[in-house]
Ligand binder design. Sequence first.
Ligand code: GP9
Ligand code: MN
Length: 708
Amino acid sequence: MNKYISHPFKLLNTRLGFMSFLTFLFWLKSIFAYLLIFKLGIEDKFQYFILFINPLATTIFLLGLSLYVKKKLMSYLFMGGIYAGLCILLFSNIVYYREFSDFITIPTILGTKSVSAGLSKAAIHLFRPLDIFFLIDLIAIPILFVTKKAIMDPRYFRKRVAIANTAISVMMFFANLFFAESSRPELLSRTFAHDYIIKYLGINFFTGFDGYQTFKTNQVRKKASPNDLTSVKKYVHEHYIAPNEEFFGIAKNRNVIYIHLESFQKFLIDYKLKDKQGQEHEVTPFLNSLFHSQSSFSFDNFFHQVKAGKTSDAENLLENSLFGLNQGPLFTQLGGENTFQAAPDILQQKAGYTSAIFHGNSGTFWNRNETYKRLGIDYFFDSHYFDITDKNSFQYGIHDKPLFQQSVQYLEHLQQPFYSKFLTVSNHYPYSPFTDTESGFPIADTDDKTINGYFATANYLDKSIEEFFNYLKSSGLYEKSIIILYGDHFGISNQRNPSLAKLLEKNEETWNEFDDTQLQRVPLIFHIPGREDGQLNHTYGGQVDILPTLLHLLGIGTTTYLQLGQDLFSPNRDQLVAFRDKHFITPEYTVIGSKIYHTQTGEFLENPSDDTQKKIQELQKKVDLQLATSDRITTGDLLRFYGKKESGLSSINPEKYNYKNGLKKLKDIEKKKKNKSTSIFSLRGKKSTVSLYESKSYQDYFVPQSLK
Ligand code: GP9
Ligand code: MN
């Protein structure tokens, strides 16, 4: 009998056997890390299944490469080297995760971010005794070979079998990907968050994929030069419109409070849902009252302009007055690397604002934890800062009522004026309504469950905002603030719109792309307490226009910044709203590819006159130019060349930002500033405002099993 087989380790002493052994070990370590160290938010049994299989395909593929190496020692060394590499990658991620609650990206490994330097100093404190489990085999296995307890198989490995092994691993990968995409559609095109990729496809894949994306974006970035700014500046200069004098500075020095209305479409405003008995229920009575308030400047022809990055694209549009990318989310693709000149940064440098974001989801979602640093956001209160239970949260984090209520303990310590944003989530797909007896809201009656729940979750959002407003009033923050409410994007997708049609008193049969486009309206409200000259403005605009509008309201000029929007209050604005897919809308035309509709009537222009065609072509050119200019700035990372001389802004050092211990930092500032502290807590004689918050208990709300 062959001595390699008769040895006590038997199968292990064949190359394939040894490879299987290493695969098993790596699988075991990965599962250990997934379950005990990383918080991956596994939601159901299917996701557990995917989690358990996801280390296999890439590990077998990579270790299997050594099977192509003929020489015994070389083949074993190669396999061992790959194995050691994988183990070190996994282990480094474990250590990194303990500090950053995130995973290592290629730019981090390459040291372009000096967190890696900081980490190596801190790393030693991040080791735990248990870690020996992840490393011991890297010492034990070579010892086994040296002491001849394990033996290398000298037999030449047949190429056909090596190829079969590779083929199997590739097939396994596609099966894994198929499962992943069926649990989380568009996983790779939209990427969402690092933990999503790891949950579904494992660390090896994540690192490779990140490397590929980094390479792609670096290529474009490398090619860009300061000369590219010439055409950008020309566009911005020609497109700039001076602010409307009447509104310039009317909110000067006020706190900015953004309320992000998740998935909230304009049609919800003033909408009344009929229940089965035919009784009408106003869906968002509080938001309606704000929309029509004499202290509000509201917009009813205002459109979202997001693409794959959804919420994060909306944030990008608002913070930078730049579009997201045509493919994939800007925050995850460029947010961790690019230079920005965003609202929090401008307001900090020009008017001494402190900035904070409140969001009850994990900070890594949409790569916010990295991007926010580059936007100059001082404090990021993510899920770590909230008391989250099964009852008060769902897959996107803490529900809106507790989000607002629990934010107040931090908000009250912010130095004023502050720039803040509350990212709500409860009105997010799948719109599982809250049903408590007192505040339950009827479910709509269509054949689409998603649509049916949408009104009830919007109603819950409405109530949560009302509670927050009550707090703002009782705490004294209200009069000192400008509160801006905006819908981030559609909640009901185009495919579902025909089912929505009858609720909007439209015909399901004749519903078309024109109607889809009109539904991309989202509400926009600038609420300025104390003003009595509020108005409903019908100008056509989009999210890219918010930043210059806001800065002008705050009395800050925008001529030196590379922003692509136009002040919504300025007369003579273009009133041309570009969508990311190059479709566009004006008060006159809605243009979808080659199809032209009349915006006011919905009439399809079958044979547009030469004149109309020319007009449309010109508009299309403008739209294309706006989008191309945005892409030039973002993919070329051109703002890195646009320095203080031109912009008037010193550049940001993202490494100075760290979102841990936010409350402690705020309190330290209060102490340091003593009677110069402007937080509402200090101004009230160090009396907390937390007890002023009145909320109907969210404990009463629950998601019915049937809708989970
Ligand atoms: C996630 C939340 C929702 O943190 O902002 O994002 P969306 O799915 O709407 O892009
Ligand atoms: Mn969203």
